[in-house]
Design a protein around this ligand. Sequence first.
Ligand code: AMP
Ligand code: MG
Length: 345
Amino acid sequence: MDTVIVSIDEKNPDEEAIKKAGEIIKAGGLVAFPTETVYGLGGDALNPESSKKIYAAKGRPSDNPLIVHIFRIEDLYAIAEEVSWEAQKLIEAFWPGPLTMIFKKKACVPYETTGGLDTVAVRFPVHPTAMAFIEAAGGFVAAPSANLSGRPSPTLAKYVCEDLDGRVDMIIDGGNIPIGLESTIVDMTGEVPMILRPGFVSFEMLEEVIGKVGLDPTILDANCGERPKAPGMRYRHYAPKADMTIVRGADENVISRINEMAAGKEKCAVICVSEHVSEYPGITVKNVGSRNNSEEIAAGLYRILRECDDEGIETILSESFSENGIGAAIMNRLVKAAGHKILDV
Ligand code: AMP
Ligand code: MG
């Protein structure tokens, strides 16, 4: 398949290109597009054949459900049942934005889109190009992240092309992505809303709006004996090609242990905060941003994992970062990228 690549400036959108992208979706095709979290791989959420194509293009297991993206709140009620008062409050507080909520699905949403589940995950993104594209596409776009299954989610169009060129009809290059980590997922179908995947909208932010919020126990402890409620969280994910270890502890201990571990290793990179770049002489250093700026770390993390792949890095040693606010999401993705290899020093 020939993939058309178009650049769209969100401040001055090319309406013809958006219209064309919408027509591709309505005809059952696939379009990768920018959102505020990561690039998405979109298809018509109400067309089972489109969802099947998404799974095939990504190499994604078909029991891993897709998030349905909408461009206005009223459309939620066409696909979801039982929108609780908590959900209403979260909509008021965080939509449009990087929050996905799970509801009971209506019959119009095919099981191909929900991975066979009776629930549907819904998100209303805030990125102007995403909103215009979803509207042009008919209002309901199923979209997982636009990477091959298991690879780090793309935050630049060049990484979408690397993974999906020849597998989708169109890629919309919208430049850099502001947040850089996937949306927070909250299951609204139980008695207490429960976070299934941490993201930019943090536990504290949710709690402030609705009071009680639960956390899927597997987020904190992958070995707690339960299965993650979000099927996608069960798979090895966000993984670079290198063997990766997180070193955790007091600064001096972390710095000296990483230096020891890197000694004599070729093709080794250290992921560290900007305050520590001069602490690793002679080692390839990936500066992920200031320790005081978790947003910067979130925005840079996936790009750095991909850069390590591009440079043929075989060993990644990463510092560990704050778990406050969006830090919980950063550490969740980092630990998964490392296949849960953490060294306490
Ligand atoms: P991605 O689109 O690649 O960010 O992945 C979407 C995530 O949402 C995966 O972890 C899915 O398992 C999760 N998800 C989507 N729909 C549901 C649902 N109905 N119930 C639970 N998790 C879901
Ligand atoms: Mg993904």
